[in-house]
Design a protein around this ligand. Structure first.
Ligand SMILES: Cc1cc2nc3c(=O)[nH]c(=O)nc-3n(C[C@H](O)[C@H](O)[C@H](O)COP(=O)(O)OP(=O)(O)OC[C@H]3O[C@@H](n4cnc5c(N)ncnc54)[C@H](O)[C@@H]3O)c2cc1C
Length: 475
């Protein structure tokens, strides 16, 4: 338990109402979107400024206390689960858009700004912030930076790292450093690039300079309905092979389509094997021939029907269905675990067959909703956390799916990070020497190992992490 003088000092820095220490209130913070493991911190503190973050980290440095950063808690790999870290530092009150520079297409935002707010703030200027995780109405820019998040439109526009120019970072000893900035290219090491994707292990990101892009002049959004997942995935390869790079290329299989339809009544046929959402964007003049080519490719791969959204309202409804698919899954089972792996695009049919086989062998229902154009799969394993045997099967099936991704030339995460969930899988893709270099790098930023401990790196000499103090669902 955290000493009372530390809690008092946190209150003195951030204010009484910024410190949460009641056990019932702390339960809100005991997990993120990865619900298989839970552990509440001793205290949550919600600073309002960089200065307060710096004072808090100075205090924790003096007292040698570990801490965990948290944005909106939508992470899917247990990144903000407290592991031997009594203090959680949440950024939800650091939610100001500090500056918008329309002419140079830049925005400076505090880390707790919600992703979707950025585009909302600049869309009247014809601009947008491109990375659009499906969680964008809730997740924060700080969380996006930590996870190097992607989204449906990253196929064409790239992931977070391609849109972050600079960060203000408070180091674990309380020092504030500015890395990168508004300029396109800054001399020296690309430390901004290092921080993006560091999963909250280098310090607390307090402000971020973002690149904005012009909104495309025009869009066409298509819905292809297929009898089988194989036909839909062959269509994905066909579209790319034809030299077309859609802005987004997303797939949902029958199980997910059923849940989404029940929730949003978009009009998806629930007997279809899979649906494909294809979005093309760019200059209006060149779009229609591309749309026709995509429609033809869908039909070449036996599409049952292909529908082009008639107007902005239909396009918005289609994206709402896709982006809220995870929420709709709540209709299928009390709990679900979203796996995240990546394979070369041409291997998508192979990995989906493997997932079906693994699901059958473990007697689990597994749905698929994913960024097909990137080869980034999201098998959703349904379960009931009160059933210990089912939880065990989910964990084993998830591990086998990731091993299959690696065997097909892919990796154990496409965008959700390692967190606590995938620590044991790190040696599948990295040698001991690779892991050593990465942990030495972490040591430079966080020499005492107090910033988000127990994440990313396996304990040397073990293949299963057993040192985590928190509880696992029904186990
Ligand atoms: C329904 C749903 C859909 C999703 N869709 C996508 C998707 O399409 N693409 C995608 O990539 N992800 C997706 N995710 C995963 C998740 O939304 C992203 O990883 C997101 O970036 C997490 O942001 P957050 O603010 O919730 O961060 P949190 O979950 O609070 O934290 C995530 C990690 O970031 C660290 N962190 C948070 N803030 C800071 C900070 N200021 N400084 C340092 N470290 C920090 C935490 O310690 C933790 O390690 C989805 C999640 C859900 C629930």
């Amino acid at each position: 338990m955290l000493a009372s003088h530390v809690v008092d000092a946190l209150r003195a820095i951030a204010g009484d109402d910024a410190v949460i220490a009641r056990p019932t209130e702390l339960r809100v913070y005991e997990c993120d979107g990865y619900t298989l493991e839970k552990s509440a911190p001793d205290v949550v503190v919600l600073p309002r400024s960089t200065e307060q973050v710096a004072q808090i980290l100075c205090l924790l440095h003096r007292e040698q206390i570990a801490f965990v950063p948290r944005g909106a808690g939508t992470g899917l790999s247990g990144g903000c689960l407290p592991v031997h870290a009594p203090v959680m530092i949440g950024t939800s009150r650091m939610n100001r858009i500090v500056a918008i520079d329309v002419a140079n297409r830049r925005a400076v935002v505090e880390a707790g700004v919600v992703n979707a707010w950025v585009t909302n703030a600049v869309k009247d200027h014809g601009l947008c912030y491109a990375p659009d995780p499906s969680s964008q109405p809730a997740c924060t820019i700080g969380g996006n930076v930590a996870e190097n998040s992607g989204g449906p439109h990253t196929l064409k526009y790239g992931v977070t790292t391609n849109h972050v120019l600079g960060v203000e970072l408070v180091l674990p000893n309380g020092d504030v450093v500015l890395l990168g900035g508004a300029m396109e290219d800054v001399p020296g090491y690309d430390l901004t690039g290092l921080v993006v994707g560091s999963e909250g292990t280098f310090g607390i990101v307090t402000q971020v300079t973002l690149r904005l892009i012009r909104q495309p002049e025009s869009w066409r959004t298509l819905l292809g309905i297929f009898e089988s997942v194989d036909d839909a995935t062959a269509t994905v390869s066909g579209i790319i092979a034809a030299g077309i790079i859609p802005a987004a290329l997303e797939m949902m299989d029958q199980l997910i389509v059923g849940a989404v339809e029940a929730a949003f009544h978009f009009g998806f046929p629930t007997d279809a094997g899979a649906v494909l959402i294809v979005e093309l964007d760019g200059l209006a003049a060149g779009l229609d021939p591309q749309v026709q080519r995509v429609v033809d490719i869908c039909h070449e791969h036996h599409a049952r029907t292909v529908r082009v959204a008639r107007d902005e309202a239909e396009r918005a409804a289609l994206w709402k269905s896709r982006k809220r698919a995870f929420g709709a899954v709540g209709r299928l089972a009390p709990n679900y675990c979203t796996q995240d792996g990546v394979v070369p695009r041409t291997k998508v049919p192979d990995i989906l067959r493997r997932i079906t086989e693994i699901g059958q062998r473990y007697q689990l229902r597994i749905g698929n909703v994913f960024h097909a154009g990137d080869g980034n799969i999201h098998p959703i394993l349904l379960f009931d956390e009160r059933n210990a045997d089912e939880v065990r099967r989910v964990l084993n099936a998830g591990r086998e799916i990731l091993e299959a991704c690696v065997a097909l030339g892919g990796s154990v995460t496409g965008e959700h990070g390692i967190g606590v969930e995938k620590i044991a899988q790190m040696p599948l893709i990295f040698s001991p020497a690779d892991l050593l270099v990465m942990s030495q790098l972490r040591h430079v930023f966080d020499p005492d190992g107090r910033c988000n401990p127990g994440k990313i790196f396996p304990t040397p000499g073990t293949c299963v992490e057993t040192t985590r103090p928190h509880r696992q669902a029904a186990m």
